[in-house]
Ligand binder design. Structure first.
Ligand code: SF4
Length: 103
């Protein structure tokens, strides 16, 4: 749990607009966690800081098995997370997903 708490802690100071999405993510992890990113190498989820494509691919596969994948992605979209893998998607994939919603 420590790695995920540290990772999730990096987005502490959450804007009020994203509190609901954050709470939903935290609620799922509290019941069904730990998330795979809690137990894996944090660098795999932060390709900007550890750009090994094999690590990123591993993170994406781990996210596919995460019980909080939907909530994680919803939070990242709500928070406009710029870095990292969230809900199994990288930034470019999240931007492509969010673009139609913003229009
Ligand atoms: S979907 Fe991926 S990044 Fe999000 S909590 Fe689960 S394992 Fe971590």
């Amino acid at each position: 749990m420590a790695q995920c708490e540290a990772r999730l802690g990096q987005v502490c100071g959450i804007p009020s607009a994203t509190q609901a999405a954050w709470s939903a993510l935290a609620a799922v992890l509290a019941v069904d966690g730990p998330a795979p990113c809690e137990e894996g190498d944090p660098a795999a989820w932060w390709p900007a800081h550890g750009d090994d494509p094999d690590d990123v691919a591993l993170a994406v596969r781990c996210c596919a098995d995460c019980p909080a994948r939907v909530e994680c992605l919803a939070f990242a979209l709500a928070a406009d997370e710029r870095d990292g893998i969230w809900g199994g998607l990288d930034r470019a994939q999240r931007l492509a997903l969010a673009r139609p919603m913003a229009a």
